[in-house]
Ligand binder design. Structure first.
Ligand SMILES: [Zn+2]
Length: 379
């Protein structure tokens, strides 16, 4: 790789060669941008509120005496909060709101959830993850040296949601995933390994910790892809893609209606994710997820490229604050501060250093793309 390539930034967004598989065209525009203009945007433009209302009618018609029409995982962040709002106020549904408490809620996330649930008059279930198991898994993941440190939380959220849906015989999952703020996907390399991987998880757990007394919800990739989708007939709906979604406007709307407070940056509802994305991933691995977040906003006309470049020059949080968070994370996970520092300095690894079901997950992803069920740019 020559020096020029090492520092190349897309001329349209702020993605760069820290995504080592990025491809630039003759105008210096990256493949994330080209995929957005050529594939995502045309698909997105076909969606509208009328179609969403048709879906809502369908969901209601298929509900046979169930208390709930659908389920929504609520983190207290913008996307899931807006999804709950759309479900109730636009689609006229009665969703079951599920909050999975993995031990890292910020106070703001908790307050937002309370305000929203009260304001919408909906029912909230909270699934509290066994903290001893969560801690064991997170410590093992940190010691493994892979960039994907948010997998334990993701697995807990996702697995719990699907188990809950199954328990309550709910067929529709409404998710906050959306094109407006997420059309530029973080490459997998940036600690965004896609897919629930039991093999990877237990391998790491047994190597760097113990799976004795491990009590943690984790559904297998086979179960998710085959059983839930094709046997139980569960469907995932993306309501945010059917309605107007400008980040600033939605933040104002939720604030005005429910007193919901906006976060400084995406994913700040979890104290661990905030630490992981703002400090660990950026400083240990050199991956700044904000580049993908900001690029999404640039592509959808919600942020100026020059503002993004300026903001990327500094951390979202002060060095002093992050030092405190380092101490907090080490104390909370009961991992010695010296050990955490040693892990931070140790050699970086990737998922490929461990046994996993990666090939199978990739095969599944390719099948979804081929079948036209996934058009986002995932790699
Ligand atoms: Zn680009």
């Amino acid at each position: 790789m020559d020096k020029l390539k090492l520092t190349q930034i897309c001329t349209n967004c702020v993605m760069d060669t820290t995504d080592s598989k990025i491809i630039f065209d003759d105008n210096g525009i990256c493949d994330h941008c080209n995929n957005y203009y050529n594939n995502l945007k045309p698909a997105w433009e076909k969606l509208n509120e009328n179609k969403l209302l048709e879906i809502a009618t369908n969901i209601k018609n298929q509900n046979n005496n169930n208390d709930f029409d659908c389920i929504i995982g609520l983190s207290g962040g913008l996307d899931s909060s807006y999804t709950a709002y759309i479900a109730k106020e636009i689609m006229g549904l009665n969703p079951l709101l599920l909050h999975v408490d993995a031990g890292w809620n910020t106070r703001q996330a908790v307050t937002n959830i309370e305000k929203l649930v009260d304001g919408l008059g909906l029912e909230l279930y909270t699934d509290v993850i066994n903290w001893e198991s969560m801690k064991e898994l997170q410590r093992a993941f940190l010691r493994s040296g892979i960039p994907d440190q948010d997998l334990p939380q993701d697995y807990a959220f996702f697995s719990s949601l699907y188990k809950f849906a199954r328990k309550h015989k709910i067929k529709y999952v409404l998710t906050g995933s959306n094109f407006s703020t997420e059309c530029c996907r973080e490459p997998e390399q940036w600690g965004a390994y896609i897919g629930i991987d039991k093999k990877l998880t237990y391998g790491i757990l047994n190597k760097f910790g113990t799976s004795e007394n491990f009590d943690f919800p984790i559904i297998d990739v086979f179960k998710y892809r085959i059983l839930y989708k094709f046997i139980y007939g569960m469907k995932v709906i993306y309501p945010c893609n059917y309605v107007e979604f400008k980040k600033d406007d939605v933040e104002k709307l939720l604030n005005k209606k429910y007193g919901w407070e906006k976060f400084q940056h995406k994913h700040h509802e979890s104290r661990f994710t905030r630490f992981f994305e703002d400090y660990w991933l950026k400083n240990k691995f050199g991956y700044d997820k904000r580049k993908a977040h900001f690029s999404s906003l640039i592509l959808t006309g919600q942020m100026k490229r020059e503002d993004a470049l300026k903001r990327l020059q500094n951390s979202e949080l002060s060095e002093e604050f992050l030092k405190k968070e380092f101490k907090y994370v080490s104390k909370k996970l009961e991992i010695d501060e010296k050990e955490l520092q040693d892990i931070f300095k140790a050699e970086n690894k990737t998922v490929d250093n461990y046994s996993s079901n990666k090939w199978l997950i990739q095969l599944g992803k390719k099948a979804l793309i081929t079948l036209g069920m996934e058009n986002r740019h995932i790699r």
